[in-house]
Design a protein around this ligand. Sequence first.
Ligand code: GLY
Length: 392
Amino acid sequence: MKRKEDNNMITASDKKWVDSVVEKITKKLEVVSERSKDKIPALTRDGVHDDRSMENVDWNIDDGINWWTNGFWGGMMWLMYHETKEERYAEIARVSEEKLDRCFTQYYGLHHDVGFMWLPTAVADYRLTKNGEARRRAMHAANLLAGRFNPVGKFIRAWNDLEGNDTRGWAIIDCLFNIPLLYWATEETNDPRYKQIAMMHADTAMEAFVRPDGSVNHIVEFDPVQGGVVKTYGGQGYAEGSSWTRGQTWALYGFVISYLHTGKQEYLDTAKRVAHYFMANIPEDGIIPVDFRQPKEPAWEDSIAAVVAACGLIEISKIVDEFEKDIYLNAAIKMLKALDESRCNFDLDNDGILQNCTGAYHDPSKHINLTYGDFYFIEAMFKLKGEEFFIW
Ligand code: GLY
């Protein structure tokens, strides 16, 4: 892994700001973690965390225990454990990890998002504590992910068949955050197959998802038998050919992560290409829309795109030369400051932090708090502090 910590990268006044935000996060999480210690929250309703470990225990329904964001609450707890060294955070993180075992037994509800689910839980646990049970869970998840690889098309299949849709050939840009589970499995076992699959998928993503202007498609459909691109879909963005901002950030940060695990220069070059497209589109006020090509009104936002982009930009700033680094760092800080000023809730009675998160452009509910938004906000702030525990 080529990644480095840098606790000296920001100016003294930015450092003061970072310390004040980290203090607000720590105070809030101390209270909220106690309130939600038995839950696996995905979002807040009227300021209260929901619980995906309780709802919809039918394996066939994707928004219960199999929901793709179910690793993030545990991951947040591991980030806090690393920051504070308080054992209670490890205990709460393990509640999620253990509850997720039900997904392995049920099996059919799982798809490529096993990386999002078990990297912030089991892999994080194993990296921090060497817990053997956590390693077993993570290896199990890695093998499920490897089993979704299509060797002719050289892509990892995203979802299982959706109602009435044949999705055997579908891959999505978000998967760049699942394949670090495969890098981890090779790093852990020395068996090269996992990394080989991850790199073949990342190579396909560079070729088939990234457009000449540096923007990316959300969904690409390949011929599942012959390979080759069949068509693209707008997915969670405004429309086919548009520019779903969170998808841009899964690519931006995702290719950086592939570079960090492999050292392959093209991944970093691609991440920078997407980053430059993204930075050129950041509005004056630093608030990120759901899609860079959406109509001007209504001005729907997605704060999660801002925090994932910030994480990726900070990582790039640590890799590039001294004279280049501020371009990336300043863009990240601009977005994070805008969020801290007007899109964060540090009220101790409310379970969520990051506001104005949007799952998808055409979702009926927009501008809500989603737990993975809080996760990436905290990850970004800890990165700026130079003390982050790297989950990916
Ligand atoms: N990975 C799905 C999403 O970003 O909403």
